[in-house]
Design a protein around this ligand. Structure first.
Ligand code: IP8
Length: 248
C-alpha cells in the first residue's frame, strides 16, 4: 500500500512568524508517522511538506510564486535555503523516532516548460521506497523556462507523485479539520469544484501557492480519492480511515 502524505506548512510551522517551526505540532506529527510504521499500518510512505513560514515568507518577499518567476540568485538561495532548513527539522524529528526518512530536493530534480508544465523524475523515489526508505520532499523552487525559477508547491508534487506512483491513499494534513463550509462545518465529500467555489476563500496567511482553493482543484484532478484533514485526524488517516473531507 503506497501512501502519499502532505504535511501542510501551517501544520509544522508557525505560519505568521518567519522561519519558526511549531515544535509541538512537529513532534505530534512525527509520533503519528512513527507509530503507523511500527504497527504496520503503512509500508510504502512518501512525505511531502509545505513551506509555511519558511518558504512562503521569502517567496512573498522576492515576489516569486508558482507562475511569477525570478532570475535573482539571492531569491533562489533565500527560498530554497529556507526550505532545506525546514526539511532538516522534519527529517530530524522522524529520524529521532527511527523512521528511515531521507531528503529529496525538488530544486535539484524538477523543471517547468515555458507553459508552466512540471517535469519531475520519480524513479529515485520508487527505488528508495522499494529499498525501505521514507522519502521526504518539500515545496521548493524549480527551474522554469523563460521565468528563471518559480515555486513548486507541495500540493503539486503530491498530485504528480500520486499519479506516477499509483498511490493507494493520498492525505493532506492541514491546520483546519477539512474543507469548511460557510458555517465552519467540515464538508464530508467534494466531487465538483463548482459546488464549493463560493466557500473556498484565500489563505489568511502569506501563501504564494493559492491556499485551500488550489488544493481542492489539484486533488480533484487525481484518479484516486484524497483526504484533507486536521492534525487530530492524522493518526486516523494513517490507520486507514478517512477523517475530514474526501475529494473524489
Ligand atoms: O506550502 C510552497 O509549498 P506549499 C513552497 O506546499 C515555497 O505551497 C517555496 C513557497
Amino acid at each position: 500500500m503506497t501512501v502519499v502524505l502532505k504535511l501542510g506548512g501551517s501544520v509544522v510551522t508557525e505560519k505568521d512568524r518567519a522561519e519558526t517551526i511549531d515544535g509541538a505540532a512537529l513532534d505530534h506529527t512525527a509520533d503519528a508517522i512513527a507509530d503507523a510504521i511500527s504497527v504496520g499500518d503503512v509500508d510504502d510512505l512518501v512525505v511531502v511538506h509545505g513551506g509555511g513560514s519558511f518558504g512562503h515568507h521569502h517567496a512573498s518577499e522576492f515576489g516569486v510564486s508558482t507562475t511569477d518567476g525570478s532570475h535573482d540568485v539571492d531569491a533562489v538561495h533565500a527560498i530554497h535555503g529556507a526550505m532545506t532548513t525546514l526539511n532538516q527539522f522534519v527529517l530530524r524529528r522522524l529520524l529521532d523516532r527511527d523512521v528511515p526518512a531521507v531528503p529529496i530536493q525538488p530544486f535539484s530534480a524538477g523543471h517547468r516548460s515555458e507553459r508552466g508544465e512540471l517535469t519531475f523524475p520519480f524513479g529515485q523515489i520508487e527505488t528508495l521506497l522499494s529499498e525501505g526508505f521514507v522519502p521526504v520532499l518539500h515545496g521548493d523552487l524549480v527551474a522554469h523556462a523563460g521565468e528563471g525559477v518559480t515555486v513548486v508547491s507541495g500540493d503539486e508534487l503530491v498530485v504528480e507523485l500520486a499519479a506516477s506512483l499509483g498511490a493507494d491513499r493520498v492525505g493532506l494534513c492541514s491546520a483546519v479539520p477539512g474543507v469548511l463550509d460557510d458555517a465552519d462545518a467540515v464538508i464530508d465529500r467534494i466531487d465538483e469544484y463548482d459546488d464549493v467555489a463560493d466557500v473556498l476563500g484565500e489563505s489568511e496567511a502569506t501563501d504564494v501557492s493559492g491556499g485551500m482553493a488550489a488544493k481542492v482543484r489539484a486533488l480533484l484532478d487525481l484518479d484516486s480519492n484524497a483526504t484533507i484533514f486536521g492534525r487530530d485526524g492524522l493518526s486516523a488517516f494513517l490507520e486507514g480511515d478517512d477523517p475530514g473531507t474526501t475529494i473524489d
